[in-house]
Design a protein around this ligand. Structure first.
Ligand SMILES: Nc1nc2c(ncn2[C@@H]2O[C@H](COP(=O)(O)OP(=O)(O)OP(=O)(O)O)[C@@H](O)[C@H]2O)c(=O)[nH]1
Ligand SMILES: [Mg+2]
Length: 402
């Protein structure tokens, strides 16, 4: 399953967002370092399912389908807060970043309302700077990665300069667990004009810049500009966008309230909706009604949604450029071998071929891949066909069908 890491300064609403995404009951409080160990959970990307367009009733296996909305699970990890100097052990340090090594993207939660100082202590809204909140995370992450590289640099340098191995290969061995492959490493080296055959000549500053380049390529960032329900937060959103960050305005607290109310059957609301509907007015206290009305006025009417669903959707479909495709075994009936209609959705990077999809499903299917059929058009696809959004694909392999 794809994994996204939720990171940021203390007290910005990371756990609130995680709890809204997963409905996990975890600790949330208005002081720094409430979370001391990472929380893991599952949330869903939301797309229109092809079942509606095709007029079929589906039986999802690896995902869910609710009224024509396909929900694709991804794993999220809520991390403890990060402060300046965390790489030197300040606050809770950075040890927990080991848990998000496999993350394909980072969701950096910031306080768009500026209601917290750099250490996460509550201050008057507008005092804190959300752009600094992002920079802090980037820089601490870069130190963490730099230290990881530095701890092994002498050994790796000897191998390279004694011509026993090549720098890209040696670093790939060390960094593949972080989702950093040889291509990323070589691109970063050439982008920074560093000399791959003389690693002993690299300065500490070079290592730091290299770490930053590797981070940008392997752990792209989407910014969740949280607390947009607080007046003045729009200035923070604007500042983040001016600074060039892919920024989604968010009210994690509003989303958490709506999701919990929907879970209890008090309202009809799907994550990402631009409004909700009260199921039975008499079941709500006047305080609950007031809270819901405030969310409608200050968040949904003003911003279009709470933004939480948009964060995960944009992380995968814009930042990472993934597309959803539906593999089926029987291109006529659109089923798997048990007769389930449109059972699975897979996420693949834009530009992937049917063979890439086969490998993603199972390495054996990739190795035995013969060709693929577009189940909509009932045609055989060429070797270099690029998969499109919502394609329904049947893979034909030697010995068996996928
Ligand atoms: N106004 C407003 N407050 C929020 C929002 N989201 C979270 N908060 C509040 O911010 C405070 C911190 O929330 P947490 O979710 O515990 O923050 P965190 O980033 O996980 O904090 P640490 O675990 O300490 O790093 C709590 O008082 C939340 O109620 C929001 O969308 N709007
Ligand atoms: Mg927390």
């Amino acid at each position: 399953m794809e994994l996204a890491g939720i990171v940021g300064k203390p007290n910005v609403g990371k756990s609130t967002m995680f709890s809204a995404m997963t409905l996990a009951p975890i600790e949330i409080a208005n002081y720094p370092f409430t979370t001391i160990k990472p929380n893991r959970g599952v949330t869903y990307l939301r797309i229109n399912c092809v079942c509606r367009e095709l007029g079929v009733k589906d039986n999802p296996r690896n995902s869910k389908c609710v009224n024509g909305v396909r929900l694709i699970p991804i794993e999220v990890i809520d991390c403890p807060g990060i402060i300046r100097g965390a790489h030197e052990g300040k606050g809770l340090g950075l040890q927990f970043l080991d848990e998000i090594r496999q993350a394909s993207a980072l969701v950096v939660v910031v306080d768009a309302a500026g209601a917290t100082d750099p250490d996460g202590n509550p201050v008057k809204p507008g005092v804190g700077d959300p752009v600094e909140d992002v920079k802090l995370v980037e820089e601490e992450f870069d130190y963490w990665l730099e230290n990881l590289l530095a701890s092994d640099w002498n050994r790796i340098s000897r191998i390279v300069e004694n011509k026993v191995g090549e720098l890209g290969d040696e670093l790939e061995k060390k960094l593949s667990g972080l989702g950093i492959n040889g291509a990323i490493i070589r691109d970063a080296i050439s982008e920074l004009d560093l000399n791959p055959s003389r690693p002993t000549k690299w300065t500490r500053e070079d290592l730091h810049r290299f770490a930053g380049e590797l981070r940008r390529r392997s752990k792209p960032i989407i910014v969740a500009a949280n607390k947009i329900d607080i007046p003045g937060a729009e200035k923070g959103v604007e500042r983040l966008r001016k600074a060039g960050y892919l920024t989604i305005p968010v009210s994690a607290e509003a989303e958490r309230i709506l999701r919990l109310a929907a879970e209890k059957g008090l309202i009809r609301y799907l994550p990402g909706d631009s409004d909700f509907e009260i199921v039975d007015d008499s079941k709500l206290t006047s305080a609950q009604k007031h809270a819901l009305e405030m969310i409608r006025e200050n968040v949904l009417r003003k911003w279009g949604s709470t933004g939480v669903q948009e964060v995960v959707n944009k992380a995968y479909f814009e930042l990472l450029n993934y597309i959803p495709v539906y593999p089926v075994e029987d291109p006529e009936k659109l089923t798997d071998h048990d007769g389930n209609v449109l059972p699975d959705v897979y996420l693949v990077p834009k530009g992937s071929t049917p063979r890439d999809l086969a490998y993603k499903i199972h390495s054996e299917l990739g190795k035995t891949f013969l060709y693929a059929v577009d189940a909509r058009r009932k045609i055989r696809l060429g070797e270099d066909y690029k998969l499109k959004w919502g394609d329904i694909i049947s893979i034909i392999a030697t010995g068996k069908r996928g």
